[in-house]
Design a binder for this molecule. Structure first.
Ligand code: HEC
Ligand code: HEC
Length: 321
């Protein structure tokens, strides 16, 4: 049995054992055509694309802090890219990677400069994965980019209809600060069964190199504080669209509250974040770290209410009379 089929079996058992809707397992790990077997390659892919897909689906096993070859230890978290880019990015909707290729190169507000697809991947390597950058010409980067190109080509050929059926649900920013206590309640009722009461996730086996069946939401093995998922609105959109896995049905308030609860917990800290967004007026309102081009408190940037901050930046953009 390969590692990932073992993972699937564990998920099925877990879901049954805890009475969580088994739709989750069926949707993500079932034989449905949307999300092919995590270990299996999409049809007609080359060896390089296949390696790229494995790097995204089984990152901890290939690039994690516990791999045998110290030179291959690129990530400090024990997440996989697919912990957030569900189904190795094949699944449409929030954080899908099917059309990522077509958006790059572009100007990045975060760096203030040109951003290639390799830079964007390294953005997730250093933040979401709390690791270090891969060289553009490394076999691993080349493989991931070929896989993304393959997804994009496949999507251009066939994907439009499928994409439409899976558009993310609309998300409206609640007009109040997130409520951490309400968020904790949502967490206990709807998330802890998989992500565990301590939020540290459920490892796939006793060997940490195997990664997680249910990934950690905070703590040393999760994403760092410079990651997109550490922004409450980004996390809330993802959670509303995808969590609980296979049974996503939270409303905007619940999704924001639980996102804020998760992001109020300790996690790895990234250095140098004050260099992000050289044009500070381009900083997303829910960025958890300063400096800001406004005088709202850092708590308000972390947990809202966001509407007054949005209104402030809107007023700046109005041409002076
Ligand atoms: C903790 C969650 C998380 C993990 C793990 C993660 N990402 Fe991401 N990724 C995001 C978020 C959130 C965004 C969008 C950020 C934003 O909205 O600014 C993103 C964006 C991207 C994009 C750009 C997509 C687009 O359409 O513009 C690529 C490519 C990408 N990630 C690749 C990867 C790869 C490769 C890995 C593993 C090395 C990875 N990500 C791991 C959360 C994650
Ligand atoms: C049925 C089990 C299950 C439940 C319940 C569940 N999740 Fe998840 N969650 C997962 C799995 C599995 C992944 C990784 C995706 C994958 O491997 O396909 C994940 C990924 C995530 C991620 C991104 C990765 C990370 O570790 O940060 C976040 C954030 C998240 N879940 C939040 C939530 C929240 C909030 C809830 C409750 C509202 C929730 N989940 C409920 C199974 C679950």
């Amino acid at each position: 049995m390969t590692q990932s089929t073992r993972g699937s079996a564990t998920v099925l058992v877990m879901c049954a054992a805890i009475g969580v809707v088994t739709v989750a397992a069926t949707l993500v790990w079932g034989s449905g055509s949307l999300v092919p077997n995590r270990a299996g390659a999409p049809a007609n892919s080359s060896a390089t694309e296949e390696y790229g897909k494995r790097l995204i689906a089984q990152t901890t096993e290939l690039l994690g802090p516990d791999v045998a070859d110290p030179k291959m230890r690129f990530t400090d978290s024990r997440l996989s890219c697919a912990s957030c880019h569900i189904g190795a990015g094949v699944e449409p909707g929030n954080l899908s990677l099917v059309a990522a290729m077509s958006k790059y190169p572009r100007i990045s507000p975060r760096s203030g400069g040109n951003e290639t697809i390799q830079d964007r991947i390294n953005g997730c390597m250093t933040r979401s994965m709390n690791g270090r950058a891969l060289a553009d010409n490394s076999p691993e980067m080349i493989a991931m980019v070929s896989y993304l190109r393959f997804l994009s080509d496949q999507d251009a050929a066939t994907g439009a209809g499928q994409r439409k059926a899976h558009e993310s649900p609309a998300f409206k920013t609640p007009n109040r600060a997130a409520n951490l206590e309400a968020g904790q309640h949502v967490f206990e009722q709807r998330c802890a069964a998989c992500h565990q009461n301590d939020g540290f996730g459920l490892p796939a086996s006793r060997n940490p190199v195997d990664g997680y069946v249910f990934p950690p939401l905070w703590g040393p093995n999760s994403f760092n504080d410079g990651a997109g998922m550490h922004r409450v609105l980004t996390a809330a959109r993802f959670i509303k669209a995808k969590m609980p896995l296979g049974a996503a049905n939270l409303d905007d308030d619940q999704a924001s509250d639980v996102a804020a609860f998760i992001n109020s917990k300790p996690r790895p800290e990234m250095t140098g974040l004050d260099g992000d967004y050289p044009d500070r007026s381009k900083k997303p309102v829910d960025t958890s770290y300063g400096p800001y081009a406004d005088s709202f408190s850092s708590d308000q940037h972390r947990f809202g209410p966001f509407a007054p901050i949005e209104a402030f930046y809107k007023s700046l953009k109005k041409p002076a009379k």
